[in-house]
Write a protein that binds this ligand. Structure first.
Ligand code: DHB
Length: 471
């Protein structure tokens, strides 16, 4: 279902007519400038509301803004910073440069900054019969962002920057989309969707993915959540008997999945459900240690064990106390945390909506959800739904032969962020590392569900990575 503006494949249309709807007109810009809070002023050319596909399925969201710093016309920009502002698996409009996130800093660093719009669970079009259709059910969001990347490559000769150095950035659902951009470069399974949209016939792999608190691995995130948090059931977490039963069932299913991943620690030790908790604790200890080294006071009730000599050296963590510390800041999600609708009194979540139907009816996206709903322990997703779920999970693509995963990754998940449980980002980072990709992963101390923080650290990493692209 698309608004067929152009009905031929783009490459063919261009071959037949010489007209290419996906070429950027370099003269169609407005000159803008940004004065940073530091007082520094940056001039840039703004290319706004650029249509990045030839067959629009949604005229509101399938547009992108491209901001080129004037400095790039003297010395070409070393990189392109592509920021998605998607949250909650909803649509995002092509955005503007802002000092509220990393985009102003990226421009100040001299990078071309790209803010693509993309469809999501709440983007709709009105049909001629007056009814509406959701344009952005999964996998529309990732397909749109890939189309935007392809547009950039298609216009590499018209933009003064290196289109082989695209760095993606997003937070939460946007962090998941950034991870998908990083993990799934050029994979043929997305091709039919890109073809239907009339995306540019180009590659869509990227150089680096910056992922803040990615809400990802949705197929297994419910199990991971209960496996990690179920020990708080009946104490800090108040659940009904029905909810507790759901929690325990999900928790019990996690080890089989986790063990199937065959992950290893950096020193090669096999990871299983038996040592995963210790492995997660090692990241939390590192987080507390860095905070302590930076002079942050670690609250006595956080469960962080320090040596008694006042040196601030962290020796361990009492996980039970630490979980209570997390829960004291924000209550946990009820089980299931993601594929929740209709189970134990839960409403549809952002994830149920994005995996819903074009008519806007939310849907299950895990076998467990369907089984609980139907009471049939054999129930499974239909193949079409299964395929959509598969296309939304970066874990399915890392290290595969027929795609190009980004070589560089920066992944952050706050040490008190309970929107998804730690195994999700830990597994993502570990799978990438195990497959030979370069990963900078950290759980910032006392940080909740948020993104684009510690910009000095982020841009130090980006600049270092650009200088050392082969490692
Ligand atoms: C977001 C947060 C969630 O807890 C979730 O389940 C999905 C998306 C978000 O902030 O984008």
């Amino acid at each position: 279902m698309s608004l067929a503006v152009v009905s031929l494949p783009v490459a063919e249309l261009t071959a037949q007519t010489g007209w290419d709807p996906l070429r950027l007109d370099p003269d169609q810009y407005t000159a803008q400038s940004l004065t940073l809070s530091s007082g520094e002023s940056i001039g840039y050319r703004a290319y706004e509301k650029i249509l990045y596909v030839a067959n629009l399925a949604d005229p509101v969201y399938q547009t992108m803004n491209i901001y080129v710093p004037e400095s790039a016309y003297t010395a070409p920009a070393r990189a392109v910073f592509l920021k998605t502002r998607v949250g909650g698996y909803m649509a995002a409009q092509a955005g503007a440069i802002s000092e509220q996130d990393a985009t102003a800093r990226a421009l100040a660093e001299g990078y071309i900054v790209v803010l693509p719009g993309s469809r999501g669970s709440n983007s709709t079009i009105r049909l001629s019969d007056g009814s509406t259709r959701v344009t952005g059910t999964a996998p529309a969001g990732i397909v749109d962002l890939k189309a935007a990347v392809r547009y950039l490559r298609h216009n590499a000769d018209r933009l003064p920057g290196d289109m082989e150095r695209i760095i993606t950035d997003g937070t939460s659902a946007g962090g998941a989309l950034s991870a998908l951009l990083g993990a799934t470069g050029n994979h043929p399974d997305y091709e039919p969707y890109l073809w239907e949209l009339g995306a540019a016939d180009e590659r869509d792999d990227v150089f680096a993915a910056v992922c803040f608190c990615p809400i990802t691995d949705l197929e297994h995130a419910d199990m991971a959540y209960e496996w990690f948090y179920h020990t708080t059931n009946g104490s800090a977490r108040k659940l009904s008997a029905e909810q507790t039963a759901v929690s325990e069932k999900l928790a019990a299913r996690y080890p089989e999945y986790f063990n199937s991943l065959g992950l290893r620690t950096p020193d090669g030790t096999p990871l299983t459900d038996k040592n995963l908790m210790d492995y997660i604790q090692s990241f939390l200890i590192r987080s507390a240690q860095r905070a302590s080294d930076q002079g942050t006071e670690i609250p006595a009730h956080a469960g962080i064990l320090l040596v008694a000599d006042g040196s601030g050296k962290v020796t361990g963590i009492d996980l039970e106390i630490y979980l209570h510390y997390i829960l004291s800041q924000r209550a946990l999600k009820n089980p299931p945390a993601f594929d929740a609708m209709g189970i134990a009194g839960n409403s549809p979540t952002p994830e149920n909506k994005v995996f819903g139907t074009p008519e806007g009816i939310p849907a299950h996206f895990t076998p467990f959800g369907l089984q609980e709903k139907t009471g049939n322990p054999q129930a499974g997703l239909d193949p079409d739904q299964q395929h959509r779920v598969y296309l939304m999970n970066p874990m399915n693509f890392i290290g595969r032969e027929n795609n190009k995963t980004a070589p560089h990754w920066y992944i952050r998940h706050g040490a008190v962020d309970r929107d998804t449980a730690f195994p999700v980002p830990v597994n993502l980072a570990t799978k990438l590392e195990n497959n030979g990709f370069s990963v900078n992963f950290f759980l910032p101390w006392n940080r909740n569900h948020s993104g684009d923080y510690d910009l000095d650290e982020l841009f130090d990493w980006i600049n270092h990575t650009l200088e050392n692209p082969n490692r």
